[in-house]
Write a protein that binds this ligand. Structure first.
Ligand SMILES: Nc1nc2c(ncn2[C@@H]2O[C@H](COP(=O)(O)OP(=O)(O)OP(=O)(O)O)[C@@H](O)[C@H]2O)c(=O)[nH]1
Length: 390
């Protein structure tokens, strides 16, 4: 078996981190909306550059090696933190990051003059801990992120990194005059820290992909105009609800805006869109909590009212109808107009009734409402029209 010494492993890790950083920059270039990826890619490049400079300090001048390398490493830490702030869609604390990096580098230079390695070591740990702490703070700014497994995983990796930096400080204090290249203890710690940095970058990448997937899922399930569920999402959620609460009474409302073609023709397509959005807002305000609503297409909407009686469902439908009829809709600099809706209501008769069967009953009731002159609610059982409230 090929056994690699810690240094070879360390160099291999650095090479992998370099490739990963380049990959992040490439993906960040393709998915331009994810600027955090580019910041993390840059942070990785700075980190690798800093380590290489540190290692080459015997060849280059110690000044260049130590001062430039540490400055790059501080900027790399700031890059991770800025990337997380960007990922959380917060204004980037550029100035603060610049001030911190500049301040840390300056302190480092001053301590070089002082020549006390112990003091430098004491400064080293807190700077790393500060940047890791800022990254953690940004990651868990929203309390709901504590509930998310992926966030907790990245948080745990950053905590381990903080432990590793603390140990590094302790080690440097114990061995004040050391050369990291020829010391036996430090490379192992450096190996561990690099592995954790690597894991952290992968974890952050995972967070971005998770969010991209959520966005795609949202796009696939949401009606773009109204923000309501689209047909597929409504069918999925309503079917699950019917299966889950089999013994409860549910009501289905199928709603179709009246003579919508006239609104489009008379006021323009934009006004028609505004009417659809207005109606979606009305549904959100009038439907009881726990209801599932959606836009099936065109000017047809649907809502499943869970655990409700027929009189409650009737009242909700009637409130939606009368509120819509009572409101004027308008666009800036355009004449206002009114729109009405016809609604078909069906109550679930028994536990086995499917969504398709329920929809069929409600659709028949809607047809009846249209036939009776529109702007009214009709129920499938018994199939009668009930006088409008207003
Ligand atoms: N503005 C706008 N119009 C849409 C959209 N989707 C469908 N429509 C229009 O909605 C109209 C539906 O017309 P019809 O199916 O004839 O129904 P209606 O005029 O509402 O008549 P009734 O249903 O019988 O009351 C058509 O003119 C479609 O072009 C949309 O997303 N935005």
């Amino acid at each position: 078996m090929l056994l690699l010494d810690p240094f070879t492993l360390y160099f291999l890790l650095m090479a992998t981190l370099l490739l990963l950083s380049l990959l992040l920059l490439l993906i960040g270039h393709i998915y331009r909306q994810e600027r955090s990826l580019r910041l993390w890619g840059l942070s990785g490049l700075l980190g690798v550059g800093g380590v290489l400079l540190l290692m080459a300090r015997d060849v280059l001048s110690p000044w260049l090696g130590v001062v430039a390398a540490n400055s790059l490493l501080f900027c790399s830490l700031a890059g991770t933190w800025l990337g997380i702030a960007e990922f959380q869609q917060r204004p980037l604390p550029w100035r603060l990051a610049g001030l911190l990096c500049g301040g840390c580098s300056l302190l480092w230079v001053l301590l070089l003059f002082h020549g006390d390695t112990g003091l430098r070591a004491l400064l080293y740990g807190p700077i790393y801990l500060l940047f890791a702490g800022l990254a953690l703070h940004e990651l868990f700014r929203q309390p709901q992120h504590w509930q998310r497994g992926s966030y907790r995983l990245v948080g745990a990796i950053i905590l381990l990194l903080m432990l590793s930096y603390t140990y590094r400080t302790y080690f440097m204090l114990q061995h004040p005059v050391h050369n990291p290249l020829h010391n036996t203890g430090l490379p192992l710690q450096q190996l561990l820290a690099s592995l954790l940095e690597f894991a952290k970058t992968l974890g952050l990448l995972y967070l971005v992909f998770e969010r991209m997937q959520q966005r795609l899922q949202q796009l696939a399930m949401q009606d773009a105009l109204t923000g309501l569920h689209n047909r597929r999402a409504f069918e999925q959620q309503a079917t699950a609800a019917l299966q889950h609460d089999g013994h409860h009474r549910h009501a289905l409302l199928v709603m179709d805006l009246d003579l919508f073609k006239r609104i489009n023709d008379g006021h323009g397509h934009q006004a028609g869109d505004a009417a659809l959005q207005h109606f979606a807002g009305l549904l959100a305000a009038q439907l009881p909590a726990g209801s599932i609503s959606g836009r099936l297409g065109g000017e047809e909407f649907v809502a499943l009212l869970r655990d409700t009686s027929s009189s409650q469902a009737w009242q909700v439908a009637e409130a939606i109808r009368s509120q819509l009829a009572a409101n004027w809709i308008g666009l800036p600099d355009k004449p206002v107009f009114q729109v009405t809706t016809s609604i078909g209501l069906a109550m679930r008769q028994h536990g086995q009734q499917t969504l398709a069967a329920l929809y069929h009953d409600a659709d028949m009731a809607l047809y009846d409402a249209k036939q009776r002159g529109r702007n009214q609610v009709c129920s499938s059982q018994p199939l009668v029209a009930v006088p409008a409230l207003a």
